[in-house]
Design a protein around this ligand. Sequence first.
Ligand SMILES: *Cc1c(COP(=O)(O)O)cnc(C)c1O
Length: 457
Amino acid sequence: MSEHAIPYKIYLSEDEMPKAWYNLKADMINKPAPLLYPETQQPVTLEQLSQIFCRELAQQELNDTDAYIPIPQEIADFYKMYRPAPLVRAYCLEKKLQTPAKIYYKFEGNNTSGSHKLNSAIAQAYYAKQQGLKGVTTETGAGQWGTALSMACSYFDLDCKVYMVKVSYEQKPFRREVMRTYGASVTPSPSMDTEVGRMILAEHPGTGGSLGCAISEAVEKATTTEGYRYVLGSVLNQVLLHQSVIGLETKAAMDKYGIKPDIIIGCAGGGSNLGGLIAPFMGEKLRGEQDYRFIAVEPASCPTLTRGVYAYDYCDTGRVCPLSKMYTLGSGFMPAANHAGGLRYHGMNSVLSQLYADGLMEARSVVQTEVFEAAEQFARVEGILPAPESSHAIKVAIDEAMKCKETGKEKTILFGLTGTGYFDLYAYEKFHDGKMTDYIPSDEEIAKSVSTLPEIR
Ligand SMILES: *Cc1c(COP(=O)(O)O)cnc(C)c1O
């Protein structure tokens, strides 16, 4: 094969785009443990879950058996506005690194929200509309999810109430304006709007808020307002399911050219992009058809997989959501105010947690100054300004490519480039000015937070 037998970008035609999502759980022998209803500590029922989420989404959340779930036509049509996402061969990065490794990345930043989150936002808004709801509530941290959901809700003419972590609300006013452009109402959290918000404010006056706290507010608002349901942008299995479109497209593109990745890398916040990217590849591994190495990359400041415990925990600070068995740092864990905005969640999706516990996936944590070094190196040769979250994956992809250089091995590396960093220029500024610091929580700090895990009878 001549050097460029593989094009710089591999696209799919509309016909080649996935027609069904892939539900990895169906092929798992050790299924993730069920969600528990907080009051009874019994597995949550469809009825209970349907009080919080739309019925169809609650069904998807609990579905352990159907490997493929058809993508409704309206969602497939919306996907065509900004998908397929390109699979890029990073020839320029390979050349710069002088590595024999072949590097590919799947770029999910080609839409206004700037990340992969729109893949699930549009699905969740669709099912809410189908059910005849008036609107949905949600939380947003760094703002990517809130933006994606605002876009999806305006498309289906649904009301959208976003609780935005207060520090981000103040630090990222432009994110807020994008959401308002799409018609969403944006409230800084904690707020006086909800019981749990008022309680948290009374306990911690002047707090900048957290994701867990914004989740509690959004859930309360949804469950106490007629015609509303709550939607979540990560962590849940339904979100992983929708994000499988990333992996399915990637696999179809690679299969077209006979490419097989040796190592697949993704950043991990709540786990949705990583779970989506690896899904069809992990499916092959679980069925014994192929082998791959999978690496989850998390910030050293919020090291859920690498330093957390595998146990039942609350998904939110207010403890109103079902309990999930997952790797967790404790629902009260307050990550240091660092800039890996979207990766600061205390827990991890239960499917990924089980795969990690079973040794089917590796995890690595990286410090943020090194992440930004990798981001800059990547931007300078590949052109795209990466999101800080995505740059965690870039960092480990570069590390692996450099190992190939040392050993002379020609491995094929695939990573997920989840989004763009235009709203993260404050963080880039800190990095360029040499003011960015690395925070690694102490063992005592983690032990203290983990000691508050709920006791399961
Ligand atoms: C939200 C976000 C992430 C992390 O979320 P996951 O659910 O772990 O995928 C990663 N990258 C970007 C750009 C994001 O917006």
